[in-house]
Write a new protein. Structure first.
Length: 161
């Protein structure tokens, strides 16, 4: 009986630490996903889209003609991708001056019109359960975070270091 009680006490003490560790890991994956989007968008813009940016993850994941690999991995291949407890999305930037580049042809036959600037975010699927922080990035390349959903365009100033 004493052994069972001791195990129960140890488990009660360890559970919150394990939950925090899991959330920390999920947050690291969210940051990594946004970095992958930044890298993919830079390569897409430079080599495939005449300076424009993909408006959806679906278009960023499409491989260019003659290749079998897109600009981001398959896990990020759909807008609204759920990855390690976070929902990852991509959209045109809502900042003033962002324009649609509908006349630009891409090397991967993107279905949505390109944009002159992009916005991506990663929100926890269950705030407080799968992650505590909300993350976003845009054409500037920085990863921003806040305790609540980050609006498009980004107005928060806290950057992941």
């Amino acid at each position: 009986m004493i052994v069972v009680a001791t195990i129960g006490i140890v488990a009660a003490i360890a559970a919150p630490g394990l939950l925090r560790a899991r959330m920390s890991g999920n947050e690291a994956v969210a940051i990594s996903s946004l970095r992958a989007i930044n890298s993919g968008q830079a390569a897409f813009s430079r080599s495939c889209a005449a300076g424009g940016y993909a408006a959806t993850l679906d278009d960023l994941a499409k491989p260019p003609t003659g290749s079998s690999r897109g600009f981001v991995t398959g896990e990020l291949g759909t807008n609204g991708a759920a990855k390690s407890g976070y929902l990852v999305t991509l959209a045109p930037d809502g900042a003033p001056g962002t324009t649609a580049m509908s006349g630009v042809a891409t090397c991967n036959s993107a279905s949505a019109p390109l944009a002159s600037s992009y916005f991506a975010r990663a929100d926890p699927l269950a705030p407080g359960g799968t992650g505590l922080r909300f993350f976003a990035t845009d054409t500037r390349g920085g990863i921003f975070y806040d305790g609540a959903t980050i609006a498009n365009p980004i107005t928060v100033t806290t950057v992941v270091e």
